[in-house]
Design a protein around this ligand. Structure first.
Ligand SMILES: Cc1cc2nc3c(=O)[nH]c(=O)nc-3n(C[C@H](O)[C@H](O)[C@H](O)COP(=O)(O)OP(=O)(O)OC[C@H]3O[C@@H](n4cnc5c(N)ncnc54)[C@H](O)[C@@H]3O)c2cc1C
Length: 410
């Protein structure tokens, strides 16, 4: 059976590895970008995602490029600690939580795909533009981004892993699915900076007016991301779904000028960053359907979500593993894609909606409590939210530790 994947992001590459591990030898990935480079800054991988990468045999490599996250701390806008909890192995999981440079993770997955599936398994500079299907196969229209030449790629199954502005999704639905914005912008960067709180902590500082997340992604580098409402008088932002528009770090540093604490100098961190990016926050409404006959969606193409809660990449990794598991269990690929959707779609929709709430209501409630010095109540609120979120996203400690594996013996 030939399986074609559109998109060599974290989702598409993990799908290729998962399918190969499940016994599918003929897998081809088509990626629009010609040179897959180490762009992007940090991403955090909680233990449910790490488990899947470990079960794909990537645990040692991951430990070389990732830094274990052992603690998550919430501080109010004055810098006062509201709540801290352990994370990863320290919290009793069987797998660590890692902070990692997103581009290095993508390169790790890419080299595993070419090692295992062969150097021709990923073809770059190939943009998917549309899909047609017959009873016994799929035809994907592809344009070469260098020459403009077109080809039709035939496959038995097609996986649209082509990100938040998925062309495969547009073709399946017959129209572009609109991106939604919550009116917030995220600024982000990574820079050499001295460690804080022992070097394995993720901190969140702020309230509903603005908040910053800071964590180390290797021994000498801190990753940060500041979210705040889009100022009405500002120049036009990047278009929704674009992660790569650069912005002057000194403009962002002005927003955090008051946040210099004895444990972390946030203005200094931001202003010493060489390259910062802006990302107007975007997601899509939960989709009513992912699988259409022999074609399905995965990762951001299926469920782009606000980047709160460290779950965009993680849910894509889970999709990939479940998809391979279900395709291997069903002789009929259409049935395999249907059961994949049943296992994942409604569950991930809850994570998408929870991320919307994290961005708004939760920080407003916690912020109001901490401003009125009710830090105990703010802590209880955060604790409850985190626990609920872990269950929704699939990383409640007991459930994750005990859940059967999605590894398939070919
Ligand atoms: C450049 C970039 C930077 C990011 N930075 C961060 C970050 O800092 N923090 C964070 O939490 N998340 C970030 N994300 C998003 C995060 O990586 C995703 O939410 C998550 O990994 C889901 O991955 P995905 O593979 O579904 O989608 P993506 O990571 O978006 O990958 C989709 C892939 O498909 C390719 N593609 C797009 N259209 C086509 C097409 N028509 N034909 C063929 N290929 C196509 C894209 O080039 C890309 O390689 C970033 C994404 C990108 C693309």
């Amino acid at each position: 059976m030939k399986i074609c994947i559109a998109g060599a992001g974290i989702g598409g590459l993990t799908a290729a590895l998962s399918l190969h591990a499940a016994g599918f030898a003929d897998v081809e990935v088509l990626e629009a970008v010609k040179d897959i480079r180490e762009i992007g800054v940090g991403v955090n991988l909680p233990p449910h995602a790490v488990r899947e990468l470990v079960e794909l045999g990537l645990g040692d490599h991951l430990s070389q490029i990732g830094l274990p996250t052992a603690e998550l701390c919430y501080h109010d806008r004055e810098g006062q600690l509201i709540w801290a909890e352990t994370r990863g192995l320290a919290a009793g999981y069987r797998w660590p939580q890692y902070s990692v440079h997103r581009g290095r993770l993508q390169q790790l997955l890419l080299s595993a795909v070419t090692d295992r599936l062969g150097p021709g398994a990923v073809r770059t500079g190939k943009r998917a533009t549309g899909v047609t299907q017959q009873a016994d196969g799929v035809s994907l229209s592809v344009v070469d981004t260098q020459t403009g030449s077109e080809e039709q790629v035939q496959a038995d199954v097609l996986i649209g892993a082509d990100g938040i502005r998925s062309a495969v999704r547009t073709s399946l639905y017959g129209r572009p699915i609109p991106l939604a914005s919550n009116g917030w912008v995220m600024y982000r960067g990574a820079t050499p900076f001295k460690a804080f709180r022992g070097g394995h902590t993720m901190v969140i500082v702020g309230d509903e007016a603005q908040r910053i997340v800071v964590y180390p992604i290797d021994d000498g580098t801190l990753n940060w991301l500041l979210v705040r409402p889009i100022p009405t008088d500002e120049r036009p932002l990047a278009e929704l779904g674009n992660w790569n528009r650069r912005v002057d770090p000194s403009v962002i540093a002005a927003h955090v000028a008051d946040w210099s604490f004895d444990w972390l100098d946030i203005p200094e961190l931001v202003s010493s960053t060489a390259v910062a990016y802006e990302y107007p926050m975007a997601d899509i409404d939960p989709l009513p359907k992912w699988s259409f006959g022999r074609v399905t969606l995965l990762g951001d193409a299926a469920h782009a979500m606000y980047p709160f809660g460290s779950n965009g990449a993680s849910q894509a990794i889970l999709d990939a593993r479940v998809l391979a598991y279900e395709l291997a269990r069903h002789a009929d690929p259409v049935e395999g894609l249907r059961t994949y959707e049943t296992a994942r779609r409604e569950q991930v929709a809850k994570v998408q909606l929870a991320n919307r709430q994290q961005a708004g209501d939760v920080m407003a409630r916690v912020g109001a409590l901490s401003r009125s010095q009710a830090h105990g109540a703010a802590m209880e609120e955060l604790k409850a939210v985190e626990q609920r979120y872990k269950s929704l996203a699939g990383f409640d400690v007991a459930t994750l530790n005990e859940r059967p594996s999605w590894t398939v013996s070919p």
